[in-house]
Design a protein around this ligand. Structure first.
Ligand code: 7RM
Length: 650
């Protein structure tokens, strides 16, 4: 993809007004919702909180002492109760909650009644292993119904979960377990990805060599008896065996609104991932409400969010948002091109999906694979499409609109972050005229601004930093164990104002156009990575003296990792060393961090104070003319790098 220039974006004239028939039936179809929320945002969110069941009402809507917010103070509730029990008590007991397909084609449907039973039993399993309120539980599983059961069971007993994406390496898992000091690990023997087994238990065993806090490991048998795994006696227990012993009933722990619901690690601009904390009342309020507003969720919808639960999208819009609304959710374990490139379309047709939420990187892959895969299937059940994870380029938006949405479905391009907990900038499908590539407007009750370096609001058309000037219910309550870094990262640039790390502009109609990260975070296929994480993995290799990683624009993944590497004396710059280094990064972090390019260099462009100028490395990797090099200690370095790169590109 040629990156579309921002000026071209701002001149986008195509606009798609909501169809009248859609607006008529939409959950939100009165534009007064915006002004009402702006008039009194606390009252607005208090009304939204009534969409949940509370054991005890709150006494104060908001306590705001920047950067710390407390929402619905004094209220008591339980997230699992809201996602499961309150539905299982009604006719929804026999409504499908999860319609699941494994990659090999196995199928399961769990009703709200099933979820209630399994979740209560598994909560008892956790209790029998000594887990009680406040203990952290780490979850490292494939995308199977049991991962949802595990999360909800943790929420039920008040044990914050920390889900680690199954694609992460043993070492990444280890870091996250140790940072959270988790007491129990829930994993599986393996998971399926493109026909191969992801050896989750083996990775877990490697990780657990130095995780002293872990007392017990629960292992789901996903693979069947033919797949042998090592079980350490006294520590490891099979999921099935533990469930056989478990009692059927387990009451929900009444949680304070501000009690921790979960931790989720995400990359920042340093090498160490941050444990983003989300609490119960505010988070649940906002994911519950935004699911109704943005996806226009109705009782009879078949809702499909393709994210893995290892990411925040899976937490908010596969588990807590839709289930708290009593939705029927499709869940798919594997890759979109397995066994064939029409797997998603086959599933939409088969289950009559009505709402489909995926990432631009997937849309661009579908585009590349061509329309023939879609034409084989009836996609007429779809009525709304969503996009998340990175800016969607207008071409991909138009293709999604035309070929997946049959030119009939509104597209919601949803901007948010792990830290924000819920969608903050997005169209309301019954109210907002969309423009391809724009996330459009802030949701009601959300107050973004585009600021310059000094915190001055910028006029329309001017690019700057996206910031949020007022608190919102699902905002992160901090970084686990690191209040200083929390302050430093989000609240020091503009005191009392949340700094997102994203650049943005608004066009003359006030529409938001997100322009990507302004820090050292890169976004590979919608997944966050820090350049420093990759650099630390590289310098860990014996051949590497110094490394600089960047995100290079990539037509499918948005960005791909490229790394400039200075090797130590005695090693040879060979293709096999390049492969070795790529493999090393995969092993250290996971496949998402694998560099596409390794560029050997004799030196790196640095400022006089020794900072690597990644901007110039991006110019080199993307084959552009070099930008301003006047602040470099030695401008010749980058020029020779450019000459050399043009010779060795792979
Ligand atoms: C939900 C999620 C957050 C970063 C964020 C942005 C980028 C996400 C969009 C987007 C443009 C979007 N959480 N981002 N959604 N950029 N338009 N609709 O992705 O924590 O993993 O990433 O992703 O840069 O800061 S995340």
């Amino acid at each position: 993809m040629e990156p579309t220039s921002i000026d071209a974006l701002l001149n986008e004239t195509r606009a798609f007004a909501p169809a009248e028939t859609f607006t008529q039936q939409a959950n939100l179809n009165d534009p007064a919702v915006y002004s009402e929320a702006a008039k009194d945002f606390e009252a607005f969110w208090a009304k939204a909180a009534e969409g949940l069941d509370w054991f005890q009402p709150w006494t104060k809507t908001l306590e705001w002492s920047p950067p710390y917010a407390q929402w619905f103070v004094g209220g008591k509730l339980n997230a699992c109760y809201n996602c499961v029990d309150r539905h299982a008590k009604t006719w929804r007991r026999n409504k499908a909650a999860l319609i699941w397909e494994g990659e090999p084609g196995d199928e399961r449907v769990l009703t709200y009644g099933d979820l209630s039973r399994e979740t209560q039993k598994f909560a008892n399993v956790l209790k029998s292993m000594g887990v009680s309120k406040g203990d952290r539980v780490c979850i490292y599983m494939p995308l199977v119904p049991e991962v949802v059961i595990a999360m909800l069971a943790c929420a039920r007993i008040g044990a914050p979960h920390s889900v680690v994406f199954g694609g992460f390496s043993a070492e990444s898992l280890q870091d996250r377990i140790n940072d959270a000091q988790a007491k129990v690990l829930i994993t599986a023997d393996g998971g399926w990805r493109r026909g191969s087994v992801v050896p989750l238990k083996k990775n877990a065993d490697d990780a657990l060599k130095t995780c002293p806090s872990i007392e017990k490991v629960i292992v789901l048998d996903r693979m069947g008896i033919d797949y042998p795994v090592h079980m350490q006696s006294g520590r490891d227990v099979w999921w099935r065996d533990a469930m056989e012993q478990a009692a059927l009933e387990c009451p929900c722990e009444p949680m304070e609104s501000e009690d921790l619901l979960y931790l989720l690690y995400t990359s920042g601009s340093t090498g160490k991932p941050k444990g983003i904390m989300h609490t119960t009342g505010g988070y649940m309020t906002q994911v519950n409400a935004t699911t109704q507003w943005v996806f226009d969720l109705k009782e009879e919808d078949v809702y499909w969010c393709t994210a893995d639960v290892g990411w925040v999208t899976g937490h908010s819009y596969l588990v807590y948002g839709p289930l708290s609304n009593g939705a029927t959710c499709m869940v798919y374990e594997g890759a979109p091109d397995y066994p064939d490139r029409d797997r998603f379309w086959a599933m939409i047709e088969k289950y009559r999906a009505t709402i489909f939420y995926t990432a631009p990187t997937a849309i661009r892959a579908f585009m590349k694979w061509g329309e023939s895969h879609l034409q084989k299937h009836d996609l007429s059940s779809l009525r709304l499409l969503g996009s998340v994870g990175e800016p969607i380029n207008p071409e991909a938006w138009m293709w999604y609109h035309q070929h997946v949405g049959g030119a009939r479905c509104p597209i919601v391009d949803t901007w948010w972050q792990t830290e924000t907990g819920a969608i903050l900038i997005s169209p309301l499908p019954g109210l907002t005229a969309t423009k391809p590539g724009s996330a459009t407007h802030a949701l009601p009750g959300i107050f973004p601004e585009i600021l310059d370096n000094d915190g001055q609001p910028l006029p329309l058309g001017k690019g700057g930093y996206l910031a949020l000037t007022k608190p919102w219910p699902s905002m992160t309550r901090g970084l686990y164990g690191d209040p200083e870094r929390f302050m430093q990262t989000y609240w020091s640039k503009y005191p009392g104002i949340y700094f997102t790390g994203d650049g943005a502009r608004r066009d003359e109609d006030g529409y938001f156009w997100l322009m990507g990260r302004v820090d050292d975070v890169i976004n590979v296929a919608g997944h966050r990575l820090s350049t420093m994480e990759v650099e630390s993995a590289l310098v860990d290799h014996p051949a590497v003296a110094e490394a600089a990683a960047i995100g290079k624009s990539h037509d499918l993944k948005g960005q791909a990792v490229a790394a400039f590497v200075i090797i130590r004396e005695g090693f040879e710059m060979s293709d096999s060393l390049k492969d070795d280094l790529k493999e090393h990064v995969t092993k250290k972090i996971g496949a998402i961090a694998r560099p596409d390019d390794i560029i050997f260099s004799a030196d790196l462009p640095k400022t006089r104070s020794g900072k690597i100028m990644r901007r110039l490395l991006r110019d080199v990797a993307e084959g552009r003319a070099l930008g301003d090099t006047t602040t470099l200690a030695d401008p010749a370095v980058v020029q020779s790098l450019k000459d050399k790169y043009e010779g060795q590109e792979d």
